[in-house]
Design a protein around this ligand. Structure first.
Ligand SMILES: [Zn+2]
Length: 464
């Protein structure tokens, strides 16, 4: 079906025969697959079939699942998910720093919530075309997400503006969406950290806690957790069927209309159709609070849903190999996304493992850091210290006409401390590349090291 559509599309473009009605039918087809923030509810399309997720009407499935996987006793992520970015636009378009920031936002909120899912940057493609400066929510997103899709990874589109057509939407910008059909995530750059975590929540099939809040008594989630809901295909507690189907995310109204930017709830007297007052969780990542910075938490059942859905993804077996948490500086595998070394601030890094295809394990993680010397270093005490259990290689580069030239090379065995004196370094920008000395593909241990820039206080160097 997909290939057929793609061929039809290309043929149409090539021959310039794309008539308006053809475009319209494509748009309508994809429209129903797109699900996003600030958008209508599509539940009526989802609930017509009899096959529900196993936790619907039976949340015990999720608590049992957490037990079964030994959630409480895990110290490593259960899944390391590779992410491929497509960055769209030409003028004021997102750049590689925005990609780095998005990855760090995603990992930090998942780590904070102990979702046991870690993400690493597998690839970045830039699509530098002016027509993508304002990315069409209904037009470009559905098309592009089918044309540019790597089935081995999680695909993320990064745009500067996500727009819907029509006068009403002229001044509105949308922060993100997740395509229900091909599971491509899209976000606009420079948003709160919760935006990427929210859309990736949808990637793992999480729903909004306020889903169907404006529907009738039968479909609206009740505040009271003991309300029973009968039905032809599924029956049980209302809170396990309605809303997002999770009993530990409380019933809530659409929070954009009922919260302020400071995370205050403005409608304490608002009730559900049974007359019970809402007590919304304003901190939930899947909520729609006005201040997006209010959203920092997933509930245990939301985590169970994500982990269960991760186990059902096509590449789950690959994601479970060679598990490591991405450190807080990842991604930093190239000079363009190097992390700044600041004087006397210790950084803890590890070498993450990369598995993209079966029998194709790429383990050679490298980390780039950068530092700037203000004026020539005279004190022998000024140095970079690298310690930790990893055997590694350190290479220092200087920049000359935008090229990187190797300046010095060092190596250290496991548990050794490496002290690199900066004496004699002249003013300029430097990069330091740290890589594993040798990779043992059978070694599952996470190799870590820490690095510090330690300038003598007599130096009075300006480090930006
Ligand atoms: Zn959403």
């Amino acid at each position: 079906m997909y290939i057929f559509l793609k061929n039809v599309f290309f043929a149409a473009v090539k021959k310039h025969i794309m008539k308006k009605n053809l475009i319209l039918s494509f748009l309508l087809f994809f429209y129903f697959g797109v699900h996003a923030q600030e958008q209508r509810d599509f539940s009526k399309y989802e609930h017509k079939h009899a096959f529900h997720k196993p936790w619907i009407g039976n949340n015990k499935f999720l608590t049992d699942y957490l037990q079964e996987i030994g959630y409480e006793n895990q110290s490593l992520p259960l899944y390391s998910v590779p992410v491929k970015f497509y960055v769209f636009g030409k003028n004021n378009a997102p750049d590689i720093q925005d990609v780095k920031e998005t990855m760090q936002n995603l990992n930090s909120l998942n780590l904070k919530n102990n979702t046991l899912i870690s993400f690493y940057l597998a690839d970045v493609k830039f699509v530098r075309k002016k027509k993508f400066d304002k990315f069409g929510y209904y037009s470009q997103f559905p098309f592009q997400s089918f044309l540019r899709h790597d089935k081995n990874v999680m695909n993320v589109f990064l745009v500067s503006k996500l727009k819907k057509p029509g006068k009403k939407n002229k001044n509105l910008e949308y922060t993100g969406a997740c395509n229900n059909v091909n599971h491509t995530v899209i976000i606009s750059s420079k948003n709160d950290a919760s935006v990427i975590a929210h859309e990736v929540g949808h990637y793992f099939v999480l729903k909004h806690p306020h889903k169907n809040y404006d529907k009738g008594k039968h479909r609206q989630e009740a505040v009271n957790r003991d309300v029973f809901r009968g039905g032809l295909f599924v029956r049980g507690r209302n809170c396990e069927i309605c809303g997002d189907g999770l009993s530990d995310t409380y019933a809530q109204p659409h929070l954009v209309k009922n919260t302020d930017r400071q995370c205050n709830y403005l409608s304490p007297d608002l009730t559900d159709r049974r007359g019970d007052k809402y007590m919304p969780q304003l901190d939930n990542i899947m909520s729609y609070t006005t201040g997006k910075q209010c959203r920092r938490n997933f509930t245990p059942m939301q985590k169970a849903v994500m982990l269960y859905e991760a186990s059902k993804k096509k590449n789950a077996d690959l994601w479970q190999l060679r598990r490591t948490f991405a450190d807080e500086f990842e991604p930093d595998f190239s000079p363009q996304i190097a992390t700044l070394l600041k004087d006397k601030i210790l950084q803890d890094h590890n070498f993450h493992k990369t598995v993209l295809k079966k029998n194709k394990i790429t383990d050679q993680d490298v980390d780039f850091m950068r530092f700037t010397i203000g004026k020539k270093v005279n004190a022998a005490k000024s140095r970079i210290v690298v310690s930790g259990k990893a055997a590694l290689k350190a290479e220092i580069f200087y920049t000359e006409n935008d090229d990187l030239k190797v300046f010095k090379e060092f190596s250290k065995k496991g548990d050794e401390k490496l002290e690199i004196s900066l004496e004699g370094f002249s003013s300029g920008s430097y990069f330091i590349k740290i890589s594993e000395e040798e990779t043992n593909p059978d070694n599952n241990e996470t190799l870590s090291y820490s690095i510090t820039l330690d300038l003598d206080k007599e130096e009075n160097n300006i480090i930006k």
